[in-house]
Structures are given as structure tokens and as C-alpha cells.
Write a protein that binds this ligand. Structure first.
Ligand SMILES: Cc1cc2nc3c(=O)[nH]c(=O)nc-3n(C[C@H](O)[C@H](O)[C@H](O)COP(=O)(O)OP(=O)(O)OC[C@H]3O[C@@H](n4cnc5c(N)ncnc54)[C@H](O)[C@@H]3O)c2cc1C
Ligand code: SF4
Length: 338
């Protein structure tokens, strides 16, 4: 048992003050990831700063037609929020594809962004892992790597980001609002998570003394033509082998705007502007969807146990885009269970 202190932040400024004063402290929100990591001895915070009482639990429409989601809005509440259901169903669909109902009830919006990889070696403190212990090596590169990345990998780390929600947020062009000792700033979602490079211990560009206060969605929600397709080993309670968030704006059969983000394939939700640009102005048909998939996966590289993911991703992209174009998104089996 490793001792830690507990403190409750009284407001956002107090939370920032407390984290800035103690670099080995950690915020705790739903605790569904952090507590597991502490039990496995992967995270050893000296102090837990409880942020669950902060006023970051509202979902508000913005003057420019978007939606601002407080960092402490539970995943369940967000998925079933009437504005998300009617205008951003891609987001609700992705959230409901993740974890279980009980976990989604506890999990917060901010915590979901910062959940850590599910690489087996990251959790196993008996093995080398550059993310857990920089410079110790990567056990996955020549080990069991079935769940691992095929895009954007480095010689230091081939882990994936495990979130479903973040794949939809990437496709929807969200931004992340954060507060630190020098005030607040907004980070474009594409710049929030990092590729591993030589510093796989850093998952995101959030500074250690900053707190996430909200996630903002722009007005465009792609409510008519979207699909979140998650391919996994079991139908529930499993992380994605490959997932695809696809969203289209159509004029007749012609694609006006396309969004495509992949989960389970990289250290961050994967988007490729070139593949999306190649779809614009084209007919919404399988040939064009397959060409976009080939373009998106042109640099994909497999390892001993995960090369199958390249073809899986290719087919999943074409299927998700087809479902989006037809207006027949895959429905979630537990959509009506609250
Ligand atoms: C068995 C299991 C299965 C799961 N399956 C899936 C799945 O299929 N898909 C999926 O997407 N997810 C899945 N999850 C992960 C789950 O979604 C995350 O654990 C959850 O979203 C984390 O949110 P939380 O509020 O509990 O975070 P916490 O555990 O409280 O915190 C996680 C991290 O975020 C930091 N943090 C939290 N809030 C803030 C903030 N506002 N500002 C700054 N830092 C903050 C904490 O310090 C900590 O480092 C699964 C989890 C479990 C346990
Ligand atoms: S893939 Fe990344 S998280 Fe997994 S063992 Fe290698 S360095 Fe660690």
C-alpha cells in the first residue's frame, strides 16, 4: 500500500493552485482509470485532488450554434443529452460503444480524454515500458502486439489510445478548453493527443499544471449521415481493435464534406486531411470509399500479431462510410438502457 493524501478542490482556481504546487499530485474525477492504475502500481500520486465538486457539469449551447460540454459531465449523461442525440448522434454512438453502463455513469468527459493506453506491458510493472518508465525499452515491439498501433508508431512505443468518445470528437473538430496558472486556452482536438515519438510518456499536450474545463463542439454535427463502427473481440466491454467515425454532408449523391477518424490504430485518434479532401466533390459510392481508405492507410505498418488490422481498417472504413451515406448508422444494442 502506498500512502497518498486527499484534498478536495473548492473551485477551478483552487484546483489549478493545488496541482501547480505539487507536481506529483493527480486530479481524480470518476476514478475509473486512475484507481486501476494506482492498484497496479503504475501511477503513484502523492496526493489526489478531488475535482468532482467543481461546477463543470453543464452542457450549454454556444452563441455560434455549437455545444460546450463541462469536463465533469458523465459519459452517460452526455450520450443521452437531447442536443447530442438530435444534433451530434455520432458522439452519442461512440460513447455508447465504450466500456459498460456502470463505467459510463462514473466516467467523466475530461477523464475520458486522459485515459491511458491499454497496452498489457504498460500495466505490468515487471516488464520494460518506455511510457511507464522512460528509457527502459518497449516490450510490445517484439512481444504481444495484437492490440497495438499500425499508424504513427515510433521505435519507442507502439501503443494505441483506447477511447471511443475521442474518435468522434476528432471527427467533429472539437476543441479542448483548459485552465492553468496563466489563464485559459483552447487546444484543437487534433493537437491535444500526441504521437509517441521519443517521449511516449507524454500522451497529450496538456501541461501538468492545467485542468480540462470543457470540450467544445462546432455547429456542424453531421446528424443525417454518420456512423461509428467499432470492431472488437466481444460485443461489449472490450476496447476497439479498429473503430471508425465517419460523417458526410451530401448533396444528392455528391459528397460536400467528409470526416473520417480512426480509433484503435494509433497513439491518438487518427485523421488524415488528404483522405477527407479526396472524398469531397466525389460520388458517394463504394469505389470512392475504398480509395479513401487506401489513402488513409498508405503508411500503415503492422507488427508480428497485428498486421490483420490494416485490412480490417480498410474494410471498416468502407463499411462505415457506406452506412453513413445510406443514413443507416450502426445502432448500439444498449441505446435505450439507462
Ligand atoms: C473495464 C473497463 C473497460 C473500458 N472500456 C472502454 C471502452 O471500450 N472505450 C472507452 O473509450 N473507454 C473505456 N474505458 C475507459 C473509461 O472510459 C475511462 O476510464 C474513463 O473515461 C475515465 O474517466 P474518469 O472520469 O473515470 O477518469 P479518472 O480515472 O478520474 O482520471 C483519468 C485521468 O484523467 C485525469 N483527469 C480527470 N479529469 C481531469 C480534468 N478535468 N482535467 C485534468 N485531468 C483530469 C486524472 O488525473 C487521471 O490522470 C474502460 C474502462 C474500464 C475500467
Ligand atoms: S507499446 Fe508503449 S506502452 Fe506498450 S510497452 Fe511499448 S512503450 Fe510501453
Amino acid at each position: 500500500m502506498i500512502n497518498f493524501e486527499y484534498a478536495r478542490a473548492s473551485d477551478v482556481a483552487d484546483a489549478v493552485r493545488r496541482i501547480a504546487a505539487d507536481p506529483t499530485a493527480k486530479f481524480i474525477a470518476g476514478g475509473t482509470n486512475l484507481i486501476d492504475l494506482m492498484k497496479e502500481d503504475v501511477e503513484r500520486p502523492s496526493r489526489l485532488i478531488d475535482i468532482t465538486h467543481l461546477p463543470l457539469k453543464s452542457v450549454e449551447e454556444t452563441p455560434d450554434g455549437g455545444l460546450k460540454i463541462g469536463a465533469l459531465v458523465p459519459n452517460t449523461d452526455l450520450a443521452y443529452h437531447p442536443v447530442v442525440e438530435s444534433r451530434y448522434p455520432l458522439l452519442g454512438s461512440a460513447i455508447l460503444a465504450g466500456a459498460s453502463q456502470q463505467l459510463r455513469n462514473m466516467a467523466s468527459t475530461g477523464g475520458n480524454l486522459l485515459q491511458r493506453t491499454r497496452c498489457y506491458y504498460f500495466y505490468d510493472t515487471a516488464t520494460p515500458c518506455n511510457k511507464r518508465e522512460p528509457g527502459s525499452g518497449c516490450s510490445a515491439i517484439n512481444g504481444l502486439n495484437r492490440m497495438h498501433a499500425i499508424l504513427g508508431t515510433s521505435d519507442a512505443c507502439i501503443a494505441t489510445h483506447p477511447s471511443d468518445m475521442c474518435v468522434a470528437l476528432a471527427a467533429l473538430d472539437a476543441s479542448v478548453h483548459v485552465m492553468g496558472p496563466n489563464g485559459d486556452r483552447a487546444i484543437a482536438f487534433a493537437d491535444f493527443h500526441r504521437l509517441p515519438g521519443n517521449t511516449p510518456q507524454r500522451d497529450t499536450n496538456l501541461h501538468p499544471n492545467e485542468i480540462i474545463t470543457a470540450v467544445e463542439l462546432p455547429a456542424r454535427g453531421f446528424a443525417a449521415n454518420y456512423s461509428y463502427l467499432k470492431i472488437r473481440d466481444r460485443l461489449s466491454y472490450a476496447f476497439a481493435l479498429v473503430s471508425v467515425a465517419a460523417a458526410l454532408e451530401l448533396e444528392g449523391d455528391t459528397i460536400k464534406e467528409a470526416r473520417l477518424a480512426l480509433g484503435g490504430v494509433a497513439h491518438k485518434p487518427w485523421r488524415d486531411p488528404a483522405a477527407e479532401a479526396a472524398l469531397r466533390g466525389q460520388a458517394a459510392n463504394e469505389g470512392n470509399f475504398r480509395r479513401a481508405a487506401d489513402m488513409l492507410l498508405r503508411d500503415a505498418k503492422g507488427f508480428a500479431h497485428n498486421t490483420f488490422k490494416i485490412e480490417l481498417a480498410r474494410r471498416a472504413i468502407a463499411r462505415a462510410l457506406t452506412q453513413a451515406a445510406r443514413g443507416t448508422p450502426q445502432s448500439q444494442s444498449d441505446k435505450k438502457i439507462r
